[in-house]
Design a protein around this ligand. Structure first.
Ligand SMILES: NC(=O)c1ccc[n+]([C@@H]2O[C@H](COP(=O)([O-])OP(=O)(O)OC[C@H]3O[C@@H](n4cnc5c(N)ncnc54)[C@H](OP(=O)(O)O)[C@@H]3O)[C@@H](O)[C@H]2O)c1
Length: 254
């Protein structure tokens, strides 16, 4: 049986996948704590969700690229009985590694790796004491291929989540890593990249991804890859010899 969940904390809850998680969880009767940087937008989303579904929705404005912001979220996770943590906040960098300022690379590492690691460290002891709870770490299919630091950060999150899931099996605490393909959100627009060349079939809808993810969580899945097409692609990526994967991954970016 998947753990019963009541209060969920979602990072990056004001847009894209995080917003879809917030709606889907509220619709299933969860109280919510919503985290992102833009406080005004957090309040707008919280009001909209509270009106639509009822239940308690609180907000926490925090920048997960900073020690201070991550520590404030960790404090909430330690101090309240959170049943589901969704580590979702993230962003991409538009240029190759050597053309990206190191400060941006550091921010990316902080948000995509250090923050979920710290938030798992904060939330899991309480969940283990209570004998129930779940963590969903949002990675990407990019984590299955060598794709710059973004792919490396997501690969770290996949590996870490799989290890946590195995380690805490049969404790009542579940850890799942969600690996979506391309999803229509604000992600690419924020990166400032032109995605018009991407074939339509490669785009996923955020609500569909979250629906599949929550179904996988309920079914006890550890690595969730929404949609048949990306399940096939990731299976191929996992079976592809390293030399071929490396050739496919060469993008001309340094
Ligand atoms: N879209 C895709 O194609 C795709 C595919 C695979 C995986 N993913 C992953 O899915 C996750 C969500 O991405 P998305 O596509 O939903 O992106 P999105 O639409 O751009 O939303 C990003 C969310 O994260 C928050 N955020 C960004 N930087 C933050 C920071 N430093 N501290 C706290 N919150 C921050 C944003 O709010 P504020 O700006 O107010 O902070 C926003 O709520 C990411 O981890 C991404 O890597 C996305």
């Amino acid at each position: 049986m998947p753990p019963r969940t009541h209060t969920s904390l979602v990072t990056g809850a004001t847009a894209g996948l995080g917003l879809a998680f917030a709606h889907a969880l509220a619709a299933r009767g969860h109280d919510l704590v919503l985290v992102a940087r833009d406080e005004a937008r957090l309040h707008e989303v919280a009001d909209e969700i509270a009106v639509a579904y009822g239940g308690a929705v609180s907000v926490l404005a925090a920048d997960l690229s900073t020690d201070e912001g991550t520590a404030r979220v960790a404090e909430v996770l330690r101090g309240s009985a959170i049943d589901l943590l969704v580590n979702n906040a993230g962003f991409g960098t538009p240029h190759g590694f050597l053309d990206t300022p190191l400060a941006d690379e550091d921010r990316s590492l902080d948000v995509l790796v250090r923050a979920p690691m710290r938030l798992c460290h904060a939330v899991l002891p309480g969940m283990l004491d209570r004998g129930r709870g779940a963590v969903v770490n949002v990675a990407s299919v990019a984590g299955f291929l060598p794709r710059g630091t973004y792919g490396a950060h997501k690969a770290w999150l996949i590996s870490f989540s799989r290890w946590l899931a195995v380690t805490h099996r049969r404790t009542g605490v579940q850890v799942m890593v969600l690996c979506p393909g391309f999803v229509r959100t604000e992600f690419h627009q924020r990166m400032g990249v032109d995605m018009t060349g991407l074939p339509g079939w490669m785009w996923l809808d955020a609500d569909d991804v979250v629906g599949d993810a929550l179904a996988d969580l309920a079914a006890g899945v550890t690595v969730s890859v929404p949609s048949r097409r990306y399940q096939v692609l990731t299976r191929l990526a996992r079976l592809t010899p390293a030399v071929v994967a490396e050739r496919v991954s060469r993008s001309g970016r340094r």
